[in-house]
Design a protein around this ligand. Structure first.
Ligand SMILES: Cc1cc2nc3c(=O)[nH]c(=O)nc-3n(C[C@H](O)[C@H](O)[C@H](O)COP(=O)(O)OP(=O)(O)OC[C@H]3O[C@@H](n4cnc5c(N)ncnc54)[C@H](O)[C@@H]3O)c2cc1C
Length: 415
């Protein structure tokens, strides 16, 4: 059993491991525990995008009308299964209240700031690590088939341009020449040159490796059961593999956060945004770079020797079941843009639960009731791309330093 740690991090996803890396390189004695193998939660099979241009909160103005349609269409990119649940009702109410422009702009400020910082930190990590994570800066191409979709891409470009994230508009012909894998009709697209991508599992492995070099201990298959309390805060965590004591605790348990927080009597408003990814053979012609197929909200990521298609978001409460219909909708959606064969090969089908807060901004900060507890969860669709910045913020808060990014919008007690 390890000696008392300075910081015990519960959850070895990309957020927990990025926090471990930043804390341990600042000199803290860190232990990370995970109920499974670190890196195999939602951080395992995501699209791998590190794209500040895409730093949007889930609730956006104008979604209200659309969301009513989504309730009735199980193949819609965002699906909310109609069911009676107080948790879902409370979450949806807050979600609806966040669908206004003022709120959205504040969230975009926060999300672009932490994503831009993260991209810089990833670049530095890619330069310095001896464990590469397939980091490539090939940009992101948003392509649309409809006038509406094209308008959406241009509006997003204008929104992020104000944050110093440049994009370039392309009409149909230019888009096709630029990306020959677009074999079907397209209206146009916007290319964001500075965006990057990486292999998600390798990202977590690199962060773990780098944290371990600074002395962090990473312990798999240790599931937190509950916590023992001290007069001021938490004394220790009882797990399936023993009791871990620490001065400070970080809860980075992604979509499992409500369940773990509940053992402390805390209500953390996080729902799972279930999404799927499939890994298939390369197409002919294969995409040259990551693409967002706007109308279908399908993320396309070329990999070494294969291709990843990812998408859909179904709001669920801890439901990890597979809905093959939604997996097929991703493939069909991609086929409307590219040369995807009828008999598509499935090297891997994966689902993950994105930890979603109702206002679309992660929760990073201390909790008044437990002064030695920091929450680091709720990273919705942006956990990979905002992990290094989130880890830095966690480390700064734990070590009493000023944070680089304004922590206010991320506050844990805002709900
Ligand atoms: C289809 C899809 C595509 C996506 N694409 C992108 C993308 O391109 N870019 C991007 O930035 N984001 C993307 N995301 C979102 C991203 O994957 C998540 O935001 C991110 O992985 C969340 O990381 P996390 O560390 O908070 O959670 P997780 O990776 O889920 O980690 C939480 C960890 O906590 C552990 N845990 C839970 N309970 C306990 C317990 N009781 N005791 C101990 N350990 C526990 C779990 O085992 C798990 O390892 C995508 C998500 C999906 C589903």
């Amino acid at each position: 059993m390890p000696a008392k740690a300075d910081v015990l991090i519960v959850g070895g996803g990309v957020i927990g491991l990025a926090s471990a890396y930043e804390l341990s390189r600042a000199g803290a004695r860190v232990v990370v525990i995970d109920k499974s193998d670190p890196g195999y939660g939602c951080s395992y099979g995501n699209a791998g995008w590190i794209t500040p241009c895409f730093a949007m909160p889930l609730p956006m103005p104008g979604m209200l009308i659309k969301s009513i349609g989504w309730l009735t269409d199980p193949e819609s990119p965002l699906y909310i299964k109609p069911e009676f649940s107080v948790t879902l009702f409370r979450w949806l109410l807050r979600f609806l209240l966040s669908m206004n422009r003022k709120r959205m702009l504040t969230s975009v400020d926060a999300l672009t700031a932490i994503s831009k910082q993260s991209l810089e930190l990833y670049k530095e990590l890619a330069r310095t690590t001896d464990k590469p994570f397939s980091f490539e800066q090939k940009g992101l191409f948003m392509v649309a088939q409809s006038e509406d979709g094209f308008g959406y891409a241009k509006a997003e470009m204008d929104l992020v341009a104000a944050h110093g994230i440049p994009g370039r508009i392309m009409g149909e012909e230019e888009a096709r020449a630029f990306e020959p894998s677009l074999t079907k009709r397209v209206r146009g697209g916007v290319f964001f040159n500075e965006e990057a991508h990486a292999e998600p599992l390798q990202v977590t492995q690199t962060l773990a490796h780098e944290a371990q070099k600074f002395g962090a201990r990473i312990i798999p298959k240790a599931e937190v059961i509950d916590f023992q309390l001290a007069p001021r805060g938490i004394a220790s965590a009882r797990t399936t593999r023993g009791v871990f004591t620490a001065d400070q605790f970080v809860l980075a348990t992604g979509s499992w956060s409500p369940r773990v927080a509940q053992t402390l009597g805390l209500r953390v408003p996080v729902l799972g945004g279930k999404g799927y990814a499939i890994i298939t053979d390369p197409l002919s012609p294969n995409p040259l770079r990551p693409m967002m197929l706007i109308e279908k909200k399908v993320a396309v990521t070329p990999r070494s020797g294969t291709l990843r298609l990812a998408g859909t978001l179904e709001l669920v409460n801890q439901d990890e079941t597979f809905t093959t219909r939604r997996v097929e909708a991703i493939v069909r959606g991609a086929r409307e843009f590219m040369n995807v064969p009828e008999a598509v090969s499935y090297h891997e089908i994966w689902r993950g639960l994105r930890p979603c807060t109702p206002d679309g901004v992660p929760i990073i900060g201390r909790v008044a009731r437990y002064p030695n507890l920091i929450l680091a969860t709720g990273h919705q669709m942006l956990g990979l791309q905002s992990a290094p910045g989130s880890g830095k913020m966690v480390a700064d808060i734990a070590l009493g330093r000023k944070t680089d990014v304004d922590p206010e919008p991320f506050r844990a007690d805002r709900f």
